[in-house]
Design a protein around this ligand. Structure first.
Ligand code: LLP
Length: 423
């Protein structure tokens, strides 16, 4: 990228070559806007660091499952990490290949397993004995063998928000570390399963490499034990989770993270003569800072204790602040010379938890546009229709071109599947 994907020209916020003012005028607000250049650059940060190594990247679909976004990654050669049959359908509709798909998730239904087996996905990341039993039965009924990897819970602290830590003993995810060896033996004995790898995922928005290395060391220890039991481990899936900068976080650079992880695993492989393939499942770090949410100020409302900027986006459009107390930078699209005031930026939904930013210093007037940054990951995908609010439109900017990646939902679409009572 010659210039940053998000930048200002004469004080106006631009996404690549298109001003946010024009985007809002053409497509309305709230509006998710993604930069193709930023998505591509984040992909290359991973792919370039993996070049020439035995490593592959599976984009975590849950972070942003828009078909245009998935299609871009598929064109770039990505694999995908899915957690539902719905996500598999998206990957296939976006031009991704099932043979490059890993299927994660703690509660896979028999129906979803069947669909994924029929499509021939690369691997199921399985999290419990009952899930192994179910997969074995479903595969047997189809006359197939399911490739499996066990998601092991390494019990390491990723030092992130409790709702997004997943690799602690107390979390619902994975097979407990101490049970893993026996679970591998059980899996290896099931006739319709083919044990191929080992998997972990310790959390999300992780801003240090150390917890990963701790988890990897524990996994490698386990690999020795599993292989001593006669089960060959062909790949190690280190999950996703690398954090991004929302405010003042200082996560490691993607390339450095990838190289450190690969070096650690390869160093061990060198001692036992095997170079195992490494899978990454990044979500947030690929898409988070490649998207913004544009919103318009409806009213400025001075309160007894605080000033509120009431905007047309809400917790149903971007749930992260309400759900995780998450910080997203908020900037006026057009800079004003007027004196700034401190506002809570809030939506129109009838909940006090409906806020997007607290105590922000902004020079704004009613009708001004705001850009909510770092909204590309877990933004639109977590949106809902609460308060019967149609979901926002999504567009992808590519230079001076704009592609409508998802049309704005209508109220008619929201009502379409519902029926009033019969007479
Ligand atoms: N693989 C698995 C098995 C996962 O569960 C996740 C995310 C990922 C990969 C991708 O992790 P990432 O690279 O995006 O951190 N809604 C929350 C984040 C939930 C993450 C859940 N798992 C948020 O908005 O912060």
């Amino acid at each position: 990228m010659t210039q940053p994907a998000f930048h200002r020209i004469d004080g106006t916020f631009y996404v690549e070559g298109v001003s946010a003012t024009d985007l809002a005028a053409q497509f309305g607000t709230p509006l998710y806007v993604y930069s193709r250049a930023a998505l591509t650059a984040a992909w290359h940060a991973y792919a370039d660091a993996c070049a020439g190594r035995r490593a592959s990247i599976h984009v975590a679909v849950k972070a942003n499952s828009n078909l245009a976004v998935l299609n871009l990654f598929a064109r770039l050669g990505a694999g995908f990490d899915i957690v539902s049959g719905g996500e598999l359908a998206r990957v296939l509709a976006a031009g991704g290949k099932a043979e490059n798909v890993v299927f994660s998730g703690v509660g896979k239904t028999a129906h979803d397993m069947r669909t994924a087996l029929e499509a021939s996905v690369k691997c199921f990341n399985v999290e419990s004995i009952p899930e192994l039993d179910r997969l074995n039965a479903v595969a047997g009924a189809l006359g197939k063998k399911a490739p499996v990897s066990l998601r092991v819970n390494p019990d390491v602290d990723p030092k992130t928000h409790p709702y997004i830590s997943t690799g602690l003993k107390a979390n619902k995810f994975g097979v407990a570390f101490d049970d893993a060896r026996a679970t591998y033996r059980a899996a290896a004995a099931m006739p319709h399963l083919d044990v191929v790898g080992i998997d972990c995922h310790i959390g999300s928005q992780i801003t240090e490499i150390a917890p990963y290395l701790d988890a990897i060391d524990k996994l490698l220890e386990l690999v020795d034990q599993i292989e001593a039991d006669g089960v060959k481990i062909h790949h190690i899936d280190v999950g996703g989770g690398l954090g991004i900068r929302y405010n003042d976080e200082t996560p490691p650079e993607i390339g450095a993270f990838v190289r450190t992880v690969l070096d650690r695993i390869e160093a061990r492989g060198a001692t036992d003569g095997t170079v195992r393939e490494v899978f990454f499942e990044p979500g947030r770090s690929l898409v988070g800072n490649a998207g913004v949410l544009l919103t318009r100020v409806e009213f400025l409302k001075p309160g007894a204790e605080k000033n509120f900027a009431i905007v047309d986006a809400a917790m149903n459009d971007l749930a992260r602040p309400a759900m995780y107390d998450a910080y997203h930078a908020i900037e006026p699209v057009v800079e004003r010379a007027a004196p700034a005031q401190t506002y809570d930026v809030v939506g129109p939904v009838c909940e006090s938890g409906d806020w997007l930013g607290r105590a922000r210093t902004l020079a704004i007037e009613p009708d001004d546009l705001l850009a909510i940054r770092s909204a590309g990951a877990y933004g639109f995908v977590m949106s809902s229709n609460y308060n019967t609010r149609p979901r926002a439109a999504e567009v992808m900017v590519d230079g001076t071109r704009v592609h409508v990646a998802r049309e704005r939902e209508t109220v008619a679409q929201l009502l379409a599947g519902e029926r009033i009572l019969p007479d």
